[in-house]
Ligand binder design. Structure first.
Ligand code: SF4
Length: 299
């Protein structure tokens, strides 16, 4: 296939050959793969963008708790802090990104509609980073679409070369992948080169290698929701580094291979089983008890 790619190296070569950004190749690839016209692909992504936006806007306004009552209302708190930035260390972009990411992830915990991008567990990072940055740059909807297409291409490479499943690769596969995707998408939106996009992705992804998937009672709430917020800070930081000319010493494709290897050797207890890490702390076990789940051990 003319626009097929499995690695960052192949994708970068395609961008050079056709003299277009990553987002354009992502679109052409998807059109070729699915047999749909480019306009259809674009419209589907517009729909994705609009659903993401709705989840952000609904989540920001809601202080409703999740069914288990262990999450909800934090998005609103951090969003409110924008009114008094003097008290905060982050700037408008990072605080807003965290608020948006929390909003989407809290909506997920409330069983609201979100876009799994690439998964439900990591769904807050990309909208958090891209929507907040777009507001900052006063970027139009088209630029936001470019960010989303670019992020998708990165997600595809991770899914093919490693995994986006927490059951296979721990949280590096969910929040880690989302952060790598957001870092690249933001970098393209800022006018970064394809190489800079992958430097940002590699820098971001490296920080998540080996991250345990250890949610309390197996619910995608704690620590998942706040990991999405912190993930935004990492993605923005990685993009800043790449835009300043910092390169990843280990190329992105090698980071993906490392993620695959780590996923394979990770213990089962920290791969979405709720049998290790935070899930078996006294707090984690209390949540398990509330749900009537069996306590296996406690830290
Ligand atoms: S801890 Fe597990 S369930 Fe939660 S976001 Fe990470 S991978 Fe998903």
């Amino acid at each position: 296939m003319k626009y097929h790619f499995q690695t960052a190296e192949e994708l970068i070569k395609l961008t050079k050959r056709h003299n277009v950004p990553i987002s354009e190749i992502a679109k052409l690839y998807e059109s070729q793969r699915s047999g749909n016209a480019i306009s259809t692909i674009r419209n589907k992504m517009k729909l994705t963008r609009d659903f993401m936006y709705k989840a952000v806007k609904t989540g920001i306004k809601s202080n409703k708790k999740s069914i288990m009552g262990i999450s909800g209302g934090d998005a609103q708190k951090i969003y409110e802090s924008l009114k008094n930035l003097k008290r905060m260390m982050g700037n408008k972009v990072t605080i807003r990104a965290m608020a948006y990411a929390l909003a989407v992830s809290e909506q997920n915990a409330r069983m609201g509609r979100i876009v799994a991008f690439p998964t439900a567990g990591g769904a807050g990072v990309v909208p958090g980073v891209l929507f907040s940055s777009a507001e900052h740059f006063k970027a139009g909807k088209r630029k936001l679409l470019r960010g989303l297409f670019c992020a998708s291409a990165v997600g595809l490479i991770i899914a093919e070369g490693s995994t986006i499943s927490a059951a296979k690769g721990g949280c590096q596969a969910e929040v880690g992948s989302a952060v790598a995707m957001a870092a690249a998408g933001l970098t393209e939106m800022r006018g970064g080169t394809p190489e800079q996009c992958f430097d940002a992705s590699a820098i971001a992804f490296k920080s998540y290698l080996g991250l345990a998937c250890d949610p309390l009672a197996g619910l995608v709430e704690v620590p998942c929701i706040k990991r999405n917020a912190i993930g935004c800070m990492n993605a923005i930081g990685a993009s800043d580094m790449a835009m300043a000319g910092v390169q990843s010493y280990v190329p992105f494709d090698e980071v993906v291979r490392a993620a695959r290897d780590i996923g394979r050797t990770m213990p089962r207890t920290i791969k979405e089983t709720a049998l290790g890490g935070l899930a078996i702390t006294p707090t984690g076990n209390r949540v398990k008890k509330k749900l009537g789940l069996r306590i296996t051990r406690e830290l």
